[in-house]
Design a protein around this ligand. Sequence first.
Ligand code: NAG
Ligand code: NAG
Ligand code: NAG
Ligand code: NAG
Ligand code: NAG
Ligand code: NAG
Ligand code: NAG
Ligand code: NAG
Length: 494
Amino acid sequence: MAHVAFVALLFLLLVGHCLGGKVGICYGRNADDLPAPDKVVQLIQQQSLKYVRIYDTNIDVIKAFANTGVELMVGVPNSDLLPFAQYQSNVDTWLKNSILPYYPATMITYITVGAEVTESPVNVSALVVPAMRNVHTALKKAGLHKKITISSTHSLGILSRSFPPSAGAFNSSYAYFLKPMLEFLVENQAPFMVDLYPYYAYQNSPSNVSLNYALFSPQSQDVIDPNTGLVYTNMFDAQIDSIFFALMALNFKTLKIMVTETGWPNKGAAKETGATPDNAQTYNTNLIRHVVNDSGTPAKPGEEIDVYIFSLFNENRKPGIESERNWGLFFPDQSSIYSLDWTGRGNVDIMTGGNITNANGTWCVASANASETDLQNGLNWACGPGNVDCSAIQPSQPCYQPDTLASHASYAFNSYYQQNGANDVACDFGGTGVRTTKDPSYDTCVYMAAGSKMSTTNSSNLPVQSGFSPSRFDKNFYLLFSMLPIMIAACICH
Ligand SMILES: *[C@@H]1O[C@H](CO)[C@@H](O)[C@H](O)[C@H]1NC(C)=O
Ligand SMILES: *[C@@H]1O[C@H](CO)[C@@H](O)[C@H](O)[C@H]1NC(C)=O
Ligand SMILES: *[C@@H]1O[C@H](CO)[C@@H](O)[C@H](O)[C@H]1NC(C)=O
Ligand SMILES: *[C@@H]1O[C@H](CO)[C@@H](O)[C@H](O)[C@H]1NC(C)=O
Ligand SMILES: *[C@@H]1O[C@H](CO)[C@@H](O)[C@H](O)[C@H]1NC(C)=O
Ligand SMILES: *[C@@H]1O[C@H](CO)[C@@H](O)[C@H](O)[C@H]1NC(C)=O
Ligand SMILES: *[C@@H]1O[C@H](CO)[C@@H](O)[C@H](O)[C@H]1NC(C)=O
Ligand SMILES: *[C@@H]1O[C@H](CO)[C@@H](O)[C@H](O)[C@H]1NC(C)=O
């Protein structure tokens, strides 16, 4: 029966997950040491991520996402805006060569035309709307204008004022391209896309913006908007509402706001004291919770907001200050810099204010209360369909002693947990797994930790002990029943 409970819980979590705002990841490639796109796609799937933003239409990358179920946002870089704005035929050719051959196997759902044009060193802002229109025409000819949404991303620098949020206003110098763009977005039911960085607000003005406020910490001092009386507990909401009020001032309040980049750097220059893995983990953890819970913002409570976290990898070729190259969740060797609970529903014990109590990671072990049968089932599952390398708990291997079910189950549960995103779903095991902030490693038995390399033993020359191989029946049972909720959730989500 524990299996059924486990499956039911998984089902609830998965369905619950797809009801909230969506959380995606930005896959930037401004680096010379990243894994090949197919490896990256595997990593993305291991993390169960379903929404990915890329910055161009690189064919190898687009191909790698084929038949993965991942929804892809692709981009037209600013350097292509001139040819895209000049001739419709340029855009038709691009669509024919770069998108159509790979669609719909690769599920492209958004095209961003231009990125933060107001920040571009070359003035391309007058080209962006004509380019968007040409992309729309090309999609229409291909019958895809209802399937693929066109927009363009902006930095918060498009506002002349963002504080207090109710005074949010677009810089009137940009009206010449912004007005027609907003009209285009309304016509095509496309969202207004913005890249938001509370990190910079804090880093540039630590005396006015507290770290707690930037990190969504419950200990932060509330900020009250004197015009509306709305209470802000975090910078992210304040930034979104400043955009909302700016849109409202121009009579575009029905436009949906989408956050196409946000995040926190894990490392920075000496003076960038806020750029640490702990703060990055805190920001992104709290962000995901906020989004998945549909908390909305003070001006629009309960509003669904989709966000893309920047970024998948540290990118060594980005120019600028140290933090620029260190926004990643992963090192280029695919080890994680810190763990993230993508479900947004994990235990709330991860942080206390701006401080993380388990800065060095979490582990998953067998509950002291679990029955032998449940533990054995969980162990069978982890070492079987769960794909865990259980060689370390075989006789004469480092984690064989103590030779108890609880000890062996703990080892296997933890490996499964670390390999599957270290979130609380991955430590369920029918209620027999519990998360801990204490490293369970002892002597030479090393438990896998977030970011550690996959396996410490060489399994190819070990005997396989039958006691730990689940029977055929078990395997099929688990495969069938563990896939069911995923299949049902996939139907409900789409
Ligand atoms: C950019 O170009 C547009 C149109 O060509 C012009 O109106 C605008 O003033 C320019 N912006 C800057 C900052 O030079
Ligand atoms: C508005 O944009 C113009 C052109 O980029 C810039 O020179 C000006 O400083 C901006 N104004 C404000 C208040 O940010
Ligand atoms: C920070 O606060 C001080 C004092 O209230 C004010 O003079 C300054 O303009 C503020 N800086 C920013 C960036 O808002
Ligand atoms: C989720 O939202 C509800 C109501 O909007 C709120 O009471 C609750 O505290 C939120 N939970 C988290 C974890 O933020
Ligand atoms: C975080 O920890 C440091 C050092 O232990 C402490 O000085 C600081 O007050 C803590 N901050 C919060 C918000 O608890
Ligand atoms: C975290 O790891 C560092 C270095 O490995 C160690 O010095 C520190 O004591 C650890 N902190 C905790 C809370 O375990
Ligand atoms: C284990 O059982 C005890 C007593 O029955 C209970 O108080 C405790 O909460 C249980 N622990 C877990 C992790 O379920
Ligand atoms: C594992 O053992 C095999 C056979 O002894 C050997 O060929 C291989 O190089 C080993 N691999 C590692 C990673 O040690």
